[in-house]
Design a protein around this ligand. Structure first.
Ligand SMILES: O=P(O)(O)OC[C@H]1O[C@](O)(CO)[C@@H](O)[C@@H]1O
Length: 546
């Protein structure tokens, strides 16, 4: 029940896309708009609270037709069906990929190797609901009987990025609990965080699917030692809980089995915020908001699995990204959310996109000769405008960008919102239209510059334009809509992995560095190292003052 294994470059669509690329690559989007008054309707999708405009792309009807043909030739629909029906599509690890089951309504059975996983999901959800409400309302207290004021999530990668991003993104809906995230092995990260709360009123969640991750266990032990400086040993049971698929290791660490929240190997780390990994979300926002987040994601799952591909948001955004990555040879794409609440969104996406699709062998284990995973980067607008937009507008690289905006301001400040949305719209318009020599000349003439002065400055003031963007405009930043947005990008990642014929759900590429770090640590402790290259040896000598 494996996913299809089709080399995209061998499809008819791929070859035709190459030929088509040569005919369209120099065409200007503004000319395409002028020639087709219906372009914006053809290349936009209105769904639920979302308006997705992809008309500012270097595409025409033929591009769309060929990209859809590519999706059909690589058997995308079959792949989607296999994912959602619990097939072991993570072949290199022999696992199903079913984070979507976590947001499926409880009455719909989801089978993994013949067994319905919904009852176990419900059991954990009930546990999350009960525990989080008891902490929030003060029914469960710390060892000195004081209610909890602070929650610390100790985890890294998928056990940190997702929950951290969501807690920040939905900060508007937060309750009184202060949430903190400790991830880095850097001891200064832990020490700085420890300054912010008191042991008697703080709950620690150790989040690790494997429960063997060096960073998480080191940080957990450091925090435990700090806790035991003032608290008695018996207090650990009240203050330390765990989320893991390795319950034995969590018990061995000393966590009360009642407070171990299980997850399963069919939930990938970078897709795990919907599982008990979202415990910090439940605590910070209340369980009802967590359910709303899940329900929004489920609505996007339904859209993804049922909408025809030409009106399917994740499929459309994935195919456009392939278009630029593989035909225009754009190496990266920017994601610019126009809300400060989403300030961790791109950091979160980077793991999802790059850990999933940064692969250079295909599903048959053969080296591939085409580009895969895009580099994803960005930060909230309007800050981004004052940081790197110069390069987007006038640099030499083609960087397609997603602009994500919310029509309604949560605090209702119309003055600011009008300014924010004006910038949101102005940037995509400017990136597309650019500014011609004639326009610059007219502008400078109107300012009273003489011809000599104009000619001297003119080349620097021209904007080539024709830079592609997608606009994802959403009515309001709510838990449901955030769930939809995250699920959108998850599905985009999956579709791209299908097109590129790669295994999107393993991450062997992170292992080598981990292994070497273990060797180097032993060398550092013994103060002897002979088995390293000259460069590494000299760096280690610098560290050890040798
Ligand atoms: O939850 P764990 O097992 O501690 O793993 C943390 C992270 O480490 C990785 O395995 C590698 O970075 C990620 O995929 C995962 O999200």
């Amino acid at each position: 029940m494996a996913l299809p294994k089709i080399n995209p470059t061998k499809t008819t669509a791929w070859k035709q896309l190459y030929e088509h690329y040569n005919t369209i690559k120099d065409q200007e989007m503004k000319t395409m708009f002028a020639a087709d008054t219906n372009r914006v309707n053809t290349f936009s999708i209105t769904w639920d609270d979302f308006y997705v405009d992809f008309s500012k792309n270097r595409i025409n009807a033929t591009t769309q037709k060929l990209l859809l043909q590519l999706a059909s030739e690589i058997k995308l629909q079959e792949a989607i069906n296999k994912q959602f029906s619990g097939c072991l599509i993570n072949e290199t690890e022999g696992r199903a990929v079913l984070h979507t089951a976590l947001r499926t309504p409880k009455t719909t059975p989801v089978l993994v190797e013949g067994a319905n996983v919904m009852p176990q999901i419900q059991t954990v959800k009930k546990k999350l609901e009960r525990f989080s409400s008891q902490i929030i309302n003060g029914q469960l207290t710390g060892y000195t009987n004081q209610p909890f004021t602070d929650v610390v999530n100790i985890g890294i990668g998928g056990s940190d990025l997702g929950p951290h991003m969501v807690v920040e993104a939905l900060g508007y809906y937060k309750n009184h609990l202060q949430t903190h995230f400790v991830s880095n092995i850097d001891g200064d990260h832990v020490q700085e965080t420890l300054k912010k709360f008191h042991p008697e009123t703080t709950l620690f969640i150790i989040v690790s699917k494997s429960f063997v991750t060096q960073e998480t266990l080191t940080n957990a032990n450091t925090i435990l030692a700090w806790f035991l400086n003032t608290a008695p040993k018996a207090a650990i049971a009240k203050h330390f809980v765990a989320v893991t698929a390795n319950t034995k290791k969590a018990e061995a660490f000393g966590i009360n089995p009642e407070y171990i929240f299980p997850m399963w190997n069919w939930v990938g780390g970078r897709f795990s915020l919907w599982s008990a990994v979202g415990l910090s979300i439940c605590l910070a926002l209340g369980y009802r908001n967590f359910e709303k987040l899940l329900s929004g994601a489920n609505q996007m799952d339904i859209h993804f699995t049922t909408a025809p591909f030409e009106k399917n948001i994740p499929v459309t955004l994935a195919l456009l990204s392939v278009w630029y990555n593989n035909f225009f040879e754009a190496e990266s794409e920017a994601v610019i959310p126009y809300t400060q609440y989403l300030h961790r969104f791109v950091t979160y996406l980077q793991q999802g996109v790059m850990e999933s699709n940064g692969k250079s062998v295909d599903r048959n284990g053969q080296p591939i000769n085409y580009q895969t995973g895009t580099l994803v980067w960005g930060q909230p607008g309007t800050n981004a405008q004052h940081a790197f937009f110069q390069l987007l507008h006038q640099g030499t690289k083609l960087i397609p960008a997603d602009f994500i905006g919310f029509a309604e301001s949560l605090h209702g400040n119309k003055t600011h919102q009008d300014l924010l949305i004006s910038n949101f719209c102005a940037q995509t318009e400017a990136l597309m239209n650019g500014k011609t020599e004639t326009e610059v000349q007219q502008e400078l003439t109107a300012k009273g510059l003489c011809n000599k002065e104009i000619q001297a400055i003119l080349p620097f003031k021209v904007f080539a334009g024709n830079k592609p963007t997608n606009t994802i405009f959403i009515k309001k930043l709510t838990p449901e809509n955030l769930g939809k947005l995250i699920a959108l990008y998850e599905h985009k990642i999956f579709v791209q992995g299908c097109v590129w014929n790669i295994c999107s759900f393993d991450q062997f590429g992170v292992e080598l560095g981990k292994q070497l770090a273990t060797t180097i640590l032993a060398d550092v402790k013994n103060n002897t190292f002979t088995n390293h290259d000259a460069s590494t040896t000299k760096i280690l000598n610098f560290y050890l003052n040798k």
